[in-house]
Design a protein around this ligand. Structure first.
Ligand SMILES: NC(=O)c1ccc[n+]([C@@H]2O[C@H](COP(=O)([O-])OP(=O)(O)OC[C@H]3O[C@@H](n4cnc5c(N)ncnc54)[C@H](OP(=O)(O)O)[C@@H]3O)[C@@H](O)[C@H]2O)c1
Length: 350
């Protein structure tokens, strides 16, 4: 496997070339233990085996931090240990267990990356499909905030969302962190937006240093593979003209932003997206071509509604993009893939 510059920020700090050293899934990190700029910290990562955690944990370890990493699954303990973390088996919804685990680790930073999104195919009833994730974003967040308070943890970083959503058709093309939520009311998709808004509001309010990273739609190694699969089967049409704007972020870029936020940045909300928000009508055919698939079908909104439901039609037609200006300026984070154009090509060829 070719060497990958997993976290360029770490590499820049070290002035070294990335080298293969772990076999943690597809993650490649740097040989040896490095002292990143700034303080070495104890970091408690929940959702450590997920799409983002798999990139984040080796990055934190490479930067010299002491990492405690959680999973619910005994079979995943070895991969966390191999990545250089101290594994803990934990259900994020078991409040007492969460408090005990965080107190035992005594971290300076807690990172919340718990979601339950694997294997999802249908968004016809989003409140049902996202129910477990919504609970992790509300009750799971509360549990971690309570645990962090008891452990004297300074900084809590949580996963927010700036990917495709059912935004109202009005409003500008791009949202900043200052813009109020602008969700389009959809009867079957009430709890998801509420849970995302809950994270946005509660984490900065309750933690001494609460940071919410609103990631764009993930793609890259181990992320959103279902998009590729559906495109190759021609199951992902452009709906209703494809006027919805999507903001993407490549998965190792998202992990790099998270690594930066462990040690830098004022508390608050940050959009972690690339520089190139784009309409579905542009990026979907581009991805299909890059992946060697036939061009996506085009279907009118009424047919899209019938096939996939109102939520997907809204994502494809009225979704708005997000600006990354704040994260660039205040975190000093720069995506390696400034546009999904280069990123998609690297993804499908990797
Ligand atoms: N912004 C975005 O576009 C976005 C955001 C998130 C995910 N996604 C996509 O969704 C797909 C699936 O995401 P994923 O790979 O991260 O998988 P996932 O199924 O969402 O799991 C994420 C992590 O949460 C943990 N988790 C789930 N329930 C938990 C609970 N009750 N207590 C403690 N931990 C819990 C899982 O740990 P264990 O299973 O090890 O216990 C795992 O580490 C991917 O394609 C990804 O790209 C997209």
């Amino acid at each position: 496997m070719a060497a990958v510059r997993l976290l360029p920020q770490v590499e820049a700090q070290q002035g070294t070339e990335a080298e293969e050293c772990h076999s943690f899934g597809w993650c490649l990190v740097f040989k040896g233990k490095h002292q990143a700029e700034g303080k070495i910290m104890r970091v408690f990562v929940t959702g450590a085996t997920g799409a983002l955690g798999r990139h984040l944990v080796p990055g934190l370890v490479a930067a010299g931090h002491e990492v405690t990493a959680t999973t619910r699954t005994p079979g995943k303990v070895a991969q966390l240990r191999e990545a250089g973390a101290e594994p803990v088996i934990l259900d994020g919804l078991d409040r007492e267990a969460v408090i005990a685990a965080v107190r035992a680790a005594g971290p300076e930073v807690v990172v919340h990356q718990m979601t339950a999104l694997a294997g999802m195919r249908s968004f016809r009833n989003p409140d049902k499909a996202f129910a477990a994730t919504n609970e992790l974003r509300t009750r799971g967040t509360d549990n971690l905030l309570a645990a962090a308070a008891r452990a004297g943890t300074r900084r809590v970083i949580a996963q927010g969302y700036a990917g495709a959503g059912p935004d109202k058709p009005s409003g500008g093309r791009l949202k900043t962190e200052e813009d109020p939520p602008d969700w389009r009311p959809i009867r079957s998709a009430v709890q998801g937006p509420a849970a995302i808004t809950y994270v946005d509001k509660t984490v900065p309010l309750e933690a001494p240093e609460g940071v919410v990273l609103r990631y764009g739609t993930f793609y890259g190694p181990g992320a959103s593979d279902i998009l590729l699969e559906m495109l190759r089967k021609r199951q992902l049409p452009v709906v209703g003209g494809g006027t919805g704007i999507w903001s993407f972020v490549e998965i190792s870029d998202a992990a790099a932003a998270t690594l930066v936020a462990v040690g830098h940045g004022a508390p608050g909300v940050y959009n972690v997206v690339d520089d190139d928000p784009a309409p579905v009508a542009e990026w979907l055919p581009y991805l299909a071509k890059a992946a060697g698939a036939k061009p996506p079908l085009r279907v009118p909104a009424w047919l899209g509604r019938l096939l996939a439901g109102e939520f997907v039609v809204a994502q494809m037609t009225t979704s708005r993009g997000s600006s990354n200006e704040k994260a660039r300026k205040e975190l000093g984070w720069e995506p390696r893939y400034a546009s999904w154009r280069e990123g998609f090509r690297a993804w499908v060829s990797g």
